[in-house]
Design a protein around this ligand. Structure first.
Ligand SMILES: Nc1nc2c(ncn2[C@@H]2O[C@H](COP(=O)(O)OP(=O)(O)OP(=O)(O)O)[C@@H](O)[C@H]2O)c(=O)[nH]1
Ligand SMILES: [Mg+2]
Ligand SMILES: [Zn+2]
Length: 329
């Protein structure tokens, strides 16, 4: 029997079978995927083969090859990585200028990782309703920076509903994973897009200006067909495969984004703005740190490349070199 993994809570996976039934599944035995050492060998979005057992649950016995995935290495020394979602059409990176503050390092690490796995990213700036003038100006600058590099950016407010219709259009017919720091409003955005989803949300901590890690597991929710009932819920989607017009995946907020195994020359390719200039470097294996004839350093000096982007690039190069403990970004 085949199906789609729509939820993952610890060692349990909810699989929606092709007939539309939801079955609780565990992984059979020592099931490992070649090449990836992750805390979750199976991820939301995976297509799997399941074998029902006597208890009304089932075992996942095989996993179909992934089209792509979003992976996160933990920012500490551990070699563990976590697959946030598999087989997605796009990622929405939810960002907030304040409450909590998303750092550009975090944004750039996410973008580089998505480039590496060829997942298109839309940046969604949420909580625009609570920006003061300075924050609004800062947000405009950040949006201009990323739009210039070629990333689509949207400014929205899950609280007031501003910009939500625009997001619905971007989501239609696609499988989209929402990611970002804890507290930026991923679950609130989904509740606003899908009234009836009823995902749990919580206030961010006043003391730390950070989220509370309210969402603890990933979950895939079907989007209703245009013109159809807007009340798709977690429980009434038994025929979601047939009637869904795409899916949206809620995920737990992430603190940091460690580097994965990439060669320095490859890393340049994951920073579009840097890559644009690197072709003109004197040395083909230029790391753009100090080499003579480096076109990237020249572009940085002339402000064609933003300092924050260059610093993010360097921080990823440094992880690679020293494999040292890095703080959460
Ligand atoms: N003012 C304002 N508050 C918002 C907005 N979106 C979300 N919030 C609030 O931000 C807090 C965190 O929202 P959540 O949806 O729980 O955040 P999350 O990204 O899902 O967090 P995790 O599940 O911990 O990763 C809640 O108190 C929301 O009400 C917004 O557009 N404006
Ligand atoms: Mg959440
Ligand atoms: Zn160079």
């Amino acid at each position: 029997m085949k199906g789609l993994v729509i939820r993952n809570t610890g060692s349990w996976y909810t699989v929606k079978t092709d007939e539309g039934r939801q079955v609780d599944c565990k992984i059979k035995g020592n099931f490992r995927l070649k090449g990836i050492r992750s805390t979750n060998p199976v991820a939301v979005g995976d297509r799997v083969e399941i074998v029902p057992n006597n208890e009304g649950t089932a075992f996942i016995t095989a996993i179909e090859e992934r089209r792509n995935y979003i992976i996160r290495k933990s920012p500490n020394l551990s070699k563990q990585s976590h697959i946030i979602a598999a087989n997605v059409d796009q990622a929405m990176l939810v960002v907030t200028v304040n409450r909590p503050q998303t750092s550009t390092t975090f944004i750039d690490r996410f973008l580089a990782s998505a480039e590496a796995y060829r997942v298109p990213v839309v940046m969604v700036f949420n909580k625009t309703d609570i920006l003061d003038d300075d924050e609004r100006r800062y947000q405009e600058m950040v949006i201009a920076l990323y739009e210039n590099i070629g990333y689509e950016c949207r400014a929205v407010s899950a609280a007031t509903g501003s910009g939500i219709d625009g997001l619905r259009e971007l989501l239609a017919g696609k499988i989209t994973v929402l990611s970002g720091n804890s507290g930026v409003g991923k679950s609130t955005l989904i509740n606003s897009i899908l009234p009836g989803a009823n995902l749990r949300t919580a206030e961010i901590s006043d003391a730390h200006n950070t989220g509370m890690h309210t969402t603890t597991f990933s979950e895939m929710l079907p989007l209703p067909r245009a013109g159809g009932s807007p009340s798709a819920t977690q429980d009434s989607n038994t025929d979601g495969n047939v009637h869904a017009d795409g899916y949206i995946i809620d995920t737990p907020g992430i603190k940091g984004f460690g580097t994965f195994d990439i060669e320095p020359e490859e890393l340049t390719g994951y920073f579009r703005d840097i890559f644009r200039f690197s072709k003109d470097c004197r040395f083909s294996n230029c790391t753009h740190r100090h080499e003579p004839g480096c076109a990237v350093l020249r572009a940085l000096e002339e402000h064609y490349i933003a300092e924050s982007r260059y610093q993010s690039y360097l921080s990823m190069l440094d992880d690679k070199d020293e494999n040292k403990y890095r703080e959460a970004f």
